[in-house]
Design a protein around this ligand. Structure first.
Ligand SMILES: Cc1ncc(COP(=O)(O)O)c(C=O)c1O
Length: 379
């Protein structure tokens, strides 16, 4: 089936008990058994719950994987993924990961003996020298936050597999509508479903999707053993959000492009980071590996003072962390999402004090542009 059809139907049968067309919120902690060892496939809701099963099956189809696992947050998904490894194992990660992922690696998992190296994965030649005999995983995000650098997923998968290493791609920024890492050779896809998959800024969740049955069985064991599972209500909210993923992403693409073009031509904007613009350093790669450029962009206002004035002056765009919702959010990476990154490292990544990030929503784009235009005029 096509993507939009799968988004609405995959993994979701009408409720067998009542015929309800929408998978119910099975708000229960346990399931009655007919006799010892005889049950209907569900025993205890940490292990599995029918609402969660529907979401897991749906996400597996959308990412063109075979298995989906839902978690209580994106960070819970990443934490569980990393429990596949043991002390002494080495992970190579992108140099500009989501701050929470970097914090988990550096301030939590290092204490358990996992070792991490960070490389600029947009430069393929930097990857191989970082690999060692104990490297088990390459973990990347593409595009990166907030400067939208693109890594060639197929090329990294080829390197990883030549060394018998797994490749995990955090696909939160794109959603499966715009990018399917498993098809490009990745072994595991991660999502913060909090973002585009939910799409309505009303829940926190995460997911892992993969094709390998043995790995999936181990992750299923770890999901149950560590217990960071989402409740049925949160699964239901993501399931409902996903039904409109295709139409939402088409509009995010359109609005993102229009906003990027407006900003690129504005005399007060020094630079725009958006993979859909011709001057983006990996525009050709983005065209090849993504089916659209999405709704995330950042731009340079020139100074902290300018950024503050802009953020104070917007009326329709809301100053907030997070992304991927129907409403437009604007933020200041240096003092918000990337505050814990050292200033020198921020400078190296291009995250200046004047950089502003926008998660372009699906409002009428003329209204969004008018809002930014009046805010830029105050700078
Ligand atoms: C790319 C990316 N990955 C993972 C996460 C973590 O997800 P969550 O906030 O759902 O734990 C985020 C959160 O912003 C993110 O942007």
């Amino acid at each position: 089936m096509g993507f939009a059809t799968d988004a609405i139907h995959a993994g979701q049968e009408p409720d067998p008990a009542t015929g309800a067309i929408i998978v119910p919120i099975y708000q229960t902690s346990t399931f009655v058994q007919d006799e010892l060892g005889k049950h209907k496939g569900y025993e205890y809701a940490r292990t599995s719950n029918p609402t969660r099963t529907a979401l897991e099956r749906n996400l597996a189809v959308l990412e063109q994987g075979k298995f989906g696992l839902a978690f209580a947050s994106g960070m819970a998904a990443i934490t569980t993924l990393l429990t596949l490894f043991k002390a002494g194992d080495h992970i190579v990660a992108g140099h500009n990961l989501y701050g929470g992922t970097f914090r988990l690696f550096e301030r939590v998992l290092k204490d358990f003996g996992l070792r991490f190296s960070y490389v600029n994965t947009t430069c393929l030649e930097e990857i191989e020298p970082a690999l060692g005999p104990h490297t088990r995983l390459i973990f990347i995000e593409t595009p990166t936050n907030p400067v939208m650098e693109i890594t060639d997923i197929a090329a990294v998968a080829e390197i990883a597999h030549r060394h018998k290493i797994l490749l995990a791609v955090d696909n939160t920024f794109m959603s499966p509508y715009l990018q399917r890492p498993l098809k490009l050779g990745a072994d595991l896809v991660i999502h913060s479903t909090t973002k585009y998959l939910n799409g309505h800024s009303d829940g926190v969740g995460g997911a892992i999707i993969l094709t390998d049955a043995e790995l999936a069985e181990r992750l299923r064991f770890l999901q149950n053993a560590t217990g960071a599972v989402p409740g049925p209500m949160d699964c239901w909210l993501v399931l409902r959000g996903v039904k409109t993923l295709a139409v939402r992403m088409r509009q995010h693409n359109e609005n993102g492009m229009a906003m990027a073009r407006f900003l690129a031509h504005h005399p007060k904007v020094k630079k725009v980071h958006y993979p859909g613009l011709l001057h983006h350093p990996q525009h050709e790669l983005a065209k090849r590996q993504m089916t659209g450029f999405g709704g995330m962009l950042s731009f340079e206002t020139g100074s902290l003072e300018n950024a503050k004035t802009l953020l104070r002056s917007v009326r329709l765009c809301s100053l907030a962390e997070s992304l991927g919702g129907v409403e437009t959010l604007i933020s200041h990476p240096a003092s918000m999402t990337h505050a814990s990154v050292l200033p020198a490292e921020r400078a190296r990544l291009g995250i200046t004090d004047g950089l502003v990030r926008i998660s372009v929503g699906i409002e009428d784009v003329e209204d969004l542009i008018a809002d930014l235009d009046q805010a830029l005029a105050k700078m």
